[in-house]
Ligand binder design. Structure first.
Ligand code: NAD
Ligand code: MLT
Length: 526
């Protein structure tokens, strides 16, 4: 496995990766060069400067995972990655505290003219009158976006005696209360009341330029602003004009529309304090980010669930441990269908029965779809693109949940795969905590472990069939690991599920199917 790192992560993270992969550190590589070599890599690790767009992904033939060492993913075309089954994972939380502290630092530095005074004194001038500042205490701060970073800013500024007001239409009332912020129903309300405005939203169509000319027109004269989120959320031209007009007293800016930013008109002003996207640049944050992204990339390369993947449901570690055996079971249940039936599917109805119904079953459904589709599609099917591939093939997926089961097992997952002839039912459970078992196949109550190589045989329910099959497979040098027989009505049809050690040849299958009393035989690979 080959991993390319285009923006620096900590050494500990690099070392983790080196244990399992060949790691190439190509810091600041030219885009042209990157597009040329990316086909040779299974994973890429970036921060905010590397653009991972459609053109990039077209060239990245072998790419399985994009690791974003940080939070914002506006440099990554996530839907395009999803279409190609490429996982995109980031490291939220790991740098939120650093970003919040940087926003507060910018706010304080602009209020007390610290960088300007620093330059003066080092330039040999002792000037006190020019740098009279302003206290944060007792002022109103308007926080736009009360997520991971915004909420940390809120608690810190609350501690400094500020009145905290916040605009975030996408969170609950409870979250405002938890962080001591007064909820503003409208952005204008926040803008009118705030002495300080700090933005902490992602960069989206809705947020890009959300503080612009219109907002500066209604802001308090002397308002101070901070952008430590993404360049352009505070419109740079409008900010320039508002500073010139004396509406904005100072600005602290860490992020820019164009990065690296050199010669930005905002740099003309002494009361604009700028840093080169340093929000997350602390030792602590970078250690956390590097280790976390390395671990996620390795999980992705091993084909495991990636806890912070943006294009898969997220699972916390405990959930993952609990659900893993069910993911395996569901995937194997899915793999059975197209190996037994050559009929296209109209819909899949998955029902979760028992306490499992209270868990994050969405991921189990994806696992089922992955198993279902990977037996018939040439393209890569994984946890990322399985739902999209199913949708594109017109397969509707329904989930139902019930807290009890009727079959005497604690948890049962039942899949009804509906085709034009009706439905095929496959049900499974776990024995103990992690032994998958198939307990229904078609109308047959069965009980077999879904192992790698299996024969599923339907036969007339008559004496001698088991012995005959044992003899025949023995003659064909097929070793039986275990065998199970299920039937519905005495004397009608029965099903043998046979776990075998190896694959079987078509000739052997032909011989079995020709054998008297056998109505169908299928070799399945699970
Ligand atoms: P988050 O997803 O935890 O929080 C974002 C919040 O913004 C959410 O609560 C969301 O509801 C809210 N929001 C979304 N659209 C909104 C809108 N139109 N109006 C008001 N609120 C809206 O994100 P986060 O981890 O807190 O990161 C916040 C920003 O900080 C992101 O842009 C991220 O990229 C950036 N960031 C920058 C640095 C840095 O180095 N400067 C470091 C970390 C994060
Ligand atoms: C982030 O979104 O995490 C920040 O941009 C920090 C970074 O990547 O340097």
């Amino acid at each position: 496995m080959r991993v390319i790192i285009t923006e620096l992560i900590c050494e500990a993270g690099q070392k983790m990766l080196q244990k399992e992969a060949q790691v190439d550190l190509k810091l600041g590589i030219e885009r042209k060069e990157l597009l040329k070599i990316i086909k040779d890599y299974d994973a890429i690790i970036v921060r905010s400067a590397t653009l991972i767009d459609e053109e990039f992904m077209e060239k990245a033939e072998n790419l399985k995972i994009v690791g974003r060492a940080g939070t914002g993913t506006d440099n990554i075309d996530v839907p395009a990655a999803t279409r190609r089954g490429i996982i995109v994972a980031n490291t939220p939380e790991s740098n939120s505290t650093s970003a919040a502290e940087h926003a507060v630092a910018l706010m304080m530095a602009t209020s007390r003219n610290i960088p300007q005074a620093n330059s003066f004194i080092k330039g040999g001038k002792w000037e006190r009158n020019q740098f009279k500042g302003s206290e944060l205490y007792g002022k109103t701060v308007g926080i736009i976006g009360l997520g991971r970073v915004g909420s940390r800013v809120a608690t810190r500024l609350k501690g400094m005696g500020m009145r905290v007001i916040s605009y975030d239409p996408y969170i609950s009332e409870e979250r405002f209360r938890r962080f001591g912020a007064e909820k503003m129903e409208k952005l204008e309300q926040l803008v009118k009341e705030a002495d300080y405005i700090t933005v902490h939203t992602p960069k989206t169509e809705e947020t890009f330029g959300m503080i612009g000319e219109e907002q500066f027109a209604i802001a308090k004269k002397g308002v101070r602003v901070v952008n430590c989120a993404r360049g352009g959320i505070i419109n740079e031209d409008a900010l320039y004009q508002a500073i010139k007009a004396g509406i904005v007293a100072s600005a602290g800016i860490d992020v820019f529309v164009k990065e690296p930013s050199c010669g930005n008109p905002l740099f003309e002003f002494d009361n604009v304090i700028v840093t080169p996207h340093l929000g997350a640049s602390t030792e602590e944050a970078q250690d956390r980010v590097g280790i976390m992204i390395a671990s996620q990339v390795l999980s992705g390369l091993r084909g495991e669930i990636v806890p912070n993947a943006l294009n898969m449901p997220t699972l916390i570690d405990d959930e993952l441990i609990k659900l893993k055996p069910y993911l395996t079971l569901a995937e194997k249940m899915g793999r059975l269908y197209f190996q037994l039936e050559k009929e296209s599917i109209e819909r899949v109805e998955l029902s979760y029965n028992g306490p499992i119904s209270n868990e994050a079953v969405e991921m189990i459904t994806i696992s089922f779809l992955k198993g279902l589709l990977e037996t018939v599609l040439c393209e890569r099917v994984n946890y990322v693109n399985a739902p999209l591939l199913a949708k594109n093939r017109g397969v509707k997926v329904y989930e139902t949940k019930k807290e009890t089961t009727e079959r005497g097992f604690i948890n049962v997952i039942e899949a009804k795969i509906v085709n034009k002839y009706g439905g095929v039912v496959i049900a499974g459970t776990l024995y103990g905590e992690k032994e998958p078992r198939i307990i229904q196949l078609y109308d047959y109550g069965v009980d077999f472990p879904p192992t790698e190589n299996m024969l599923i045989i339907e036969n007339i329910d008559q004496p001698g069939m088991i012995g005959k099959m044992g003899m025949l497979l023995g003659e064909e040098n097929v070793n039986i690991a275990s065998m199970q027989v299920g039937r519905n009505y005495k004397g009608k049809l029965a099903m043998m599920s046979i776990n075998i050690d190896n694959e079987v040849s078509n000739e052997t299958l032909e011989k079995v199917s020709q054998s008297e009393g056998i109505t169908s035989v299928k070799f399945v690979k699970l």
